[in-house]
Design a protein around this ligand. Structure first.
Ligand code: SF4
Ligand code: MG
Length: 334
């Protein structure tokens, strides 16, 4: 399928009192039409900053210091603020964790739906109302005519997230970025919203970039997975590969902390330690202070990215050694 988004060697930097710090370190990935790429990692790993870099919404003190972002082949990381704003309404849309902060509390649902339609599609108020009702229908909101006249606080959390999605779809985006959109919702509602996002992806043939810390959510929505740690991509692959054959010790740790509902004796195995701060200097593999398998080499040299086939990539010395010893084992006298 057609590649929608291509991110090459992205470096995103923040100005701080202590000097520049890198929140995203040389990250490359792509998203195709009709597929969901999940970017997964702990809070602070750079996954949200990656998405804000893509959509051009970095905070004042942040900037793309290196690399490029391409949408449908065209470089978008260096567009003017005005062009980025136009792109956000029509090509790339984003939904966030807390729709209450993204929705304007003093404006009706109808007003907030009509506005982008009138701005981006030059619709009249009447046309925008009709299309707004259609969009509410599309995201599974019952009695859409009535909802148009309501204010955000009159809706439940799940309904508000549906409204956010409807607004995000108003400009017919090719790419939807969803940053932890269900984290604030209870489990049942979360499942419904994930179903909705899956259904819309298929029906509208959208690319979806889905940011989450939750491997349970990854299992529900991902076609491909990119795991980030301390600003870097450490593993990437099709969702079955990542779940069935995780290679990086960090990915294995994340999967170990997914509760197994079929196993009543299951215990959580959280990964010991915490993410390093962005300013911390770490030699070699940035995960080595927390890694149970760290070797001397890990403390000295950054592991390069290895291609394992099937679109599966990993950056880890241990995996490389395992691959080598497996290879030797087949030819060897022992
Ligand atoms: Fe652990 Fe070394 Fe692999 Fe890093 S490179 S994850 S320290 S085994
Ligand atoms: Mg975040």
């Amino acid at each position: 399928k057609e590649t929608l988004l291509e991110v090459n060697n992205l470096v995103t930097e923040f100005r701080t009192k202590e000097g520049p710090v890198q929140a995203v370190r040389d990250v490359s990935f792509s998203v195709r039409k009709g597929e969901t790429l999940c970017i997964v990692g702990e809070s602070g790993c750079g996954k949200s900053i990656t998405s804000l870099s893509v959509i051009g919404l970095l905070p004042e003190n942040g900037r793309i210091a290196n690399g490029e972002v391409r949408y449908k082949g065209e470089a978008i990381h260096n567009l003017s603020a005005e062009k980025k704003r136009l792109m956000r309404g029509s090509e790339i849309s984003m939904i966030f964790q807390e729709p209450m902060t993204a929705l304007n509390p003093v404006l009706t649902v109808g007003y907030q739906l009509r506005e982008p339609l009138m701005i981006h599609h030059g619709m009249s108020k009447q046309q925008a109302t009709t299309r707004g009702i259609e969009l509410l229908n599309q995201v599974g909101i019952p009695y859409p005519e009535k909802r148009m006249n309501q204010y955000p606080h009159e809706l439940s959390g799940g309904m508000r997230q549906r409204v956010m999605i409807a607004i995000a779809l108003a400009g017919d985006p090719g790419l939807l970025i969803a940053d932890e959109p269900t984290t604030a919702l209870d489990v049942t509602i979360q499942a419904q919203i994930l179903d909705l996002i899956n259904e819309l992806k298929d029906r509208l043939d959208m690319g979806v970039m889905f940011i989450t810390h939750d491997m349970g959510v990854v299992a529900e929505v991902a076609d491909r997975v990119m795991v980030m740690y301390a600003g870097q991509k450490i593993e990437e692959g099709p969702v079955e590969e990542i779940f069935d054959r995780p290679k990086h010790p960090y990915t294995r740790g994340l999967l170990g902390s997914v509760p197994n509902v079929d196993d009543p004796t299951f215990e959580l195995h959280p990964i010991p330690g915490t993410l390093p701060s962005l300013t911390e200097q770490i030699q070699g593999c940035r995960f080595h202070p927390r890694c149970l398998f760290a070797m001397d080499r890990c403390r000295q040299q950054v592991p390069p990215e290895d291609d394992l086939g099937n679109g599966h990539y990993v950056s880890c010395w241990l995996t490389r050694e395992e691959a080598v010893s497996d290879g030797v084992g087949t030819n060897d006298e022992g």
